[in-house]
Design a protein around this ligand. Structure first.
Ligand code: AHR
Length: 494
């Protein structure tokens, strides 16, 4: 048995948790839209063609905002293809994923779906093959009440889309219309200016780096923000992690990479702030993150052109779910600067929710830590000052076996989110609660399994699920709980 400790004090605040930290992402890719959220022939589909079995799980997941329509897809996309009578819409070749796009779902259908599941849309514009004019027209189409060409074409209530991404991963050579930082910065500023002329209330996200290992990481953010600081509100970050070979120890430590990534982006943004004598702060929109076994993906150029192909339908294990829970701990630890997070993606494509066409819907293992954190991690994030032994990892050196953060919730609970990274040993956790006199009870929920490779499937949808463990002991201002080996944990203290 390992021993670790942490201290919870509501005075040790990090910042308010923006509910949008628990966002997700729907891309026109693989089966995320078609046979994912939308499948008119499915027995559960509503009159608009949206699967209500999927909608139910989206609500249960607790996502408040969903980024759309890509992703790499957006850099080839003509949004006008997805409006007007569905029968008149063109079938297009999508070069990002070499797929046939029928355009049955466009921005209007997406907004209808978003409203029906209670999420805000977060819209990306195409700065790959297109630019300022198409982006400006799209804001007019979505947000202007009426009386102009595009808003009248929409009809009905304005969509009121608040958050807009200025392109997607424009630093990546794989991106259609890839740009240098200088080229991107200019087009981003001018597009932002024009979009805000249509609707001054919108918030704008500039593209940061596609991942921390990009050769231009750091200089990209600095160059873009030097030009665009005044024009934007957020800089994006994307990160996907996987286990390499049998190196599970390094995989369980990837949150240390996310921590460093966020801190480096924040430092770069604040450097530009100082140089520019600016008072406003740029926040981070971590608008793509997840576990993704990219090494198993054949690559975009090797795909046969298909309609609704099965693309990157990764099946997540208990280990993957613990890592997802740990990445959420990293986001919460930076709640003062990360205001938007999007688990990529929502359905079927590296997703917490899986479907079969015409058939079942089920939760992946990763659904659980996400849904519980989104539900109970609302309020003020707290530093917990952990003290723990370390485990050595090949990729990240020695890392603490315990990673944890707490949230002082709006319902006046303290909720600790914690991961035990040890593969074999349980962790005896002592929590100093002396700043919370009168606390007498707590609950402990854990995601752990004798088989760390266990997964959920259509046939066994509840094979992996969180369990309520024995109530933690509380005595003399100290709580003690045992975190199982390789586990994600939530301790609620009320
Ligand atoms: O989420 C899958 C893809 O990953 C997105 O389209 C792209 O933005 C990222 O590289």
């Amino acid at each position: 048995m390992l021993n670790a400790s942490l201290t919870v004090d509501p005075a040790y605040t990090i910042g308010t948790v923006d509910p949008r930290l628990y966002g997700s992402f729907v891309e026109h890719m693989g089966r995320c839209v078609y046979t994912g959220i939308y499948e008119p022939g499915h027995p559960s589909a509503n009159g608009d063609g949206f699967r209500q079995d999927v909608a139910g799980l989206v609500r249960e997941l607790g996502v408040p905002i969903v980024r759309y329509p890509g992703g790499n897809f957006v850099s080839n996309y003509k949004w006008e293809d997805g409006i007007g009578p569905v029968t008149d819409r063109p079938r297009r070749l999508d070069l990002a994923w070499r797929s046939l796009e029928t355009n049955e779902v466009g921005v209007g259908e997406f907004v209808t779906w978003a409203r029906s599941v209670g999420v805000d849309p977060m819209m990306a514009v195409n700065l790959g093959t297109r630019g300022l004019e198409a982006a400006r027209d799209l804001v007019e189409y979505c947000n202007l009440p009426g009386g102009t060409y595009w808003s009248d074409l929409r009809g009905g209530d304005p969509y009121g889309i608040k958050v807009w991404c200025l392109g997607n991963e424009m630093d990546g050579p794989w991106q259609t219309g890839h740009k240098t930082a200088e080229e991107y910065a200019r087009i981003a500023v001018e597009t932002a200016k024009s979009m805000r002329q249509v609707d001054p209330s919108i918030e704008l996200v500039a593209c940061g780096s596609s991942n921390r290992a990009m050769p231009t990481f750091g200089s990209w953010e600095a160059t873009v923000l030097k030009e665009a600081y005044e024009a934007v509100d957020y800089i994006s970050a994307h990160a996907y992690y996987q286990q390499h070979g049998d190196d599970r120890a390094s995989f369980l430590a990837v949150a240390t990479d996310m921590d460093a990534f966020i801190e480096e982006v924040v430092a770069t943004a604040d450097h530009v702030r100082a140089v520019k004598r600016q008072s406003k702060r740029i926040h981070v929109s971590f608008d793509e993150w997840n576990v993704w076994y990219q090494s198993r993906f054949v690559g975009e150029t090797n795909l046969d052109v298909e309609q609704t192909p099965r693309l990157i339908e990764d099946v997540y294990s208990v280990t993957d779910a613990v890592v997802v829970g740990n990445l959420l701990i990293s986001l919460l630890r930076h709640a003062d600067r990360v205001k938007i997070g999007c688990l990529a993606q929502l359905v079927n494509v590296i997703a917490p929710i899986m479907t079969e066409p015409g058939g079942a819907v089920w939760k992946q293992a990763s659904f659980h830590p996400f849904a519980l954190t989104a539900q109970y991690g609302q309020g003020t994030a707290l530093q917990v000052i952990p003290s723990a032994p370390t485990v050595s990892t090949a990729l990240y050196g020695d890392v603490p076996v315990l990673d944890a953060v707490a949230v002082h919730t709006d319902a006046d609970e303290i909720v600790i989110f914690a991961v035990n990274r040890s593969l074999e040993e349980p962790l005896d956790l002592a929590v100093d609660l002396r700043s919370l006199p009168g606390v007498t009870s707590a609950t402990h929920t854990a995601l752990a399994d004798a088989d760390p490779d266990a997964v959920n499937t259509a046939a066994a949808p509840d094979r992996v699920a969180p369990r309520l463990l024995d109530e933690p002991k509380i005595d003399g201002g100290r709580l003690s709980a045992v975190l199982p080996p390789l586990s994600w944990n939530m301790i609620r203290i009320s």
